[in-house]
Structure formats: C-alpha cells, structure tokens
Design a protein around this ligand. Structure first.
Ligand code: ZN
Length: 267
C-alpha cells in the first residue's frame, strides 16, 4: 500500500498507484474530527456521532484527494448480493444522510467520470474493481455472507455481461479486513464455505482447536474462477483487528466501531 494523502491518511494499491485514468483509495481512521471510540476519521453514519462530523470527515477526504464531494455515493449495505448502477441521476446518494443511500445494495458499478462510489467496512472486505479498457469501476462490500454469495464475482460478471468488460483487463484491489490471523469461525460459516467453494484448502485453515477463515483468499479465488489473472489482483494484506489503530474493526471495538472504506473514481 502507498500513501495518497497524509491528512486524512489514505492509501492506494501498488496496482493503481501510477494510473491517471482512475483513483482508488483506502481511507483510515487517522486525520479526522471524530472523538473517543470513533476517533478520528469515521465515514459511516453512527448513532453516537452527529452527522455533521461524519460528513466533515467525508468532505476532508474528498478535498485531500481532489475529488468531487457532491458526487460521492454511498449504499445501505445489507450483506446480500445486490448490485447498484450509479450514474449522474443517483450520484451523491447517502452523502449527507443515511436515509437516502442506495437501498439494499452491497456493490456499485459506474461508467461515469468523477463519480466516486464508496464501500464502507469495519472487518468486512472492501474491494475495488476496474476495467482498464472499458473504463468501468466497481466497489464491493463483502463480509462472510457476501463472500459466500460471491458478490465480488457477481459484480465482475455484471461488468462483463452488461458493460463489455473482459477479465484480462480487470484490476482488483482487496482492501484491509479481518485477517485469517483473527477470524475464527463456527460450523455454520464453515458449512456455507464448503457448499460454495470447490477447493477450500486456501480458504479455511485449522489453528489448533479452532477454524479460521481467509476472506482475502475466498474473494481472490472467486475472481480467479472467472479468469481474472492472479497478477491483476492485489491484496492489501492488512488485518483490521491487528491494525485497529489504523482501521476500524468491529470485533476489536465490540461492535461499536466507526467505518473506513474503499472509494473508486474514474478520472
Ligand atoms: Zn489479525
């Protein structure tokens, strides 16, 4: 990961760092105005913080990155596999209030320049996908449920079927999330993984008496399954719980955490 802006602190992937046609950014919890357990750059609306502070953090990130604040678009994430299309008509949804975020949506696709689509996370996996030839951008929010439903794969397939994208031209950044190191799962999750993945050898691992899930590999595998080249996929390799000073982690904060996330903007 490479630093994009220092205040607020944001990163990008090596895969995207030199590109002039797209901006992909990962936000952190540093450099904002949120207080106490939400400190300091929470970008998710939260009952424990006034919306003005959350919106100010969002605005400061946009200003630091030189992107159009008014066209930054948010969704109401529900751990399902519904995908929204964002254009000039619905750009900016959910920016100032939670209620008008794109409903019932865990992924967004846009072909429109200067619209930023943003996926929020705090242990779930935020993912950015970009087709370098068709100039189509997507973000995905994938917790274990979305990962099992293969929302990242479904989003890429929608880009291929409806927007003429090609797996060979797709670049993928898999952002910080709870890592295999910290993600112990129970039998229900293990069953779902076994039912939905042909080869689970890289996805599920025994750690002593417990079983750990690797969400990064599970999302990477489902993208390789549809022939996105492995070399086109970059994993941030940062566990949110191990790096709770840098990212929000729902598990580390007992569910009372703020949100960071991944944004993508066509330039
Ligand atoms: Zn960890």
């Amino acid at each position: 990961m490479q630093i994009l802006s220092r205040v607020p602190l944001t990163y990008t992937f090596k895969l995207f760092s030199e590109r002039k046609d797209v901006l992909v950014f990962v936000t952190t919890r540093l450099g904002g105005s949120s207080q106490n357990h939400l400190a300091s750059c929470n970008i998710g609306f939260n009952m424990e913080e006034s919306a003005e502070i959350t919106v100010a953090n969002r605005r400061n990130i946009c200003n630091a990155l030189g992107i159009d604040f008014e066209k930054t678009t948010f969704q109401q994430q529900v751990h399902e596999d519904y995908i929204s299309i964002v254009d000039l008509k619905n750009a900016g949804s959910g920016l100032l209030q939670k209620e008008n975020a794109l409903p019932h949506s865990d992924a967004m696709i846009t072909t429109e320049k200067n619209i930023t689509i943003f996926a929020q996370a705090a242990d779930c996996v935020p993912i950015a996908i970009y087709d370098t030839k068709q100039k189509v951008a997507a973000v995905v929010h994938a917790g274990w449920r979305g990962t099992v439903k293969k929302i990242a794969q479904k989003t890429a397939i929608k880009m291929i079927q409806e927007f003429n994208c090609s797996p060979n031209n797709m670049l993928v950044g898999i952002g910080p999330s709870i890592g295999r190191c910290c993600y112990e799962v129970g039998p229900d999750v293990i069953d779902s993984i076994n039912q939905n993945f042909a080869d689970t050898s890289k996805i599920i691992q025994q750690h002593g008496n417990s079983v750990h899930l690797d969400l990064w590999e599970a999302n990477k595998c489902q993208l390789i399954e549809i022939e996105i080249p492995e070399s086109n996929i970059e994993i941030a390799q940062e566990c949110t719980k191990c790096n709770a000073h840098l990212y929000y982690s729902s598990r580390n904060d007992n569910g009372r955490s703020g949100r960071f996330g991944i944004g993508i903007t066509l330039l």
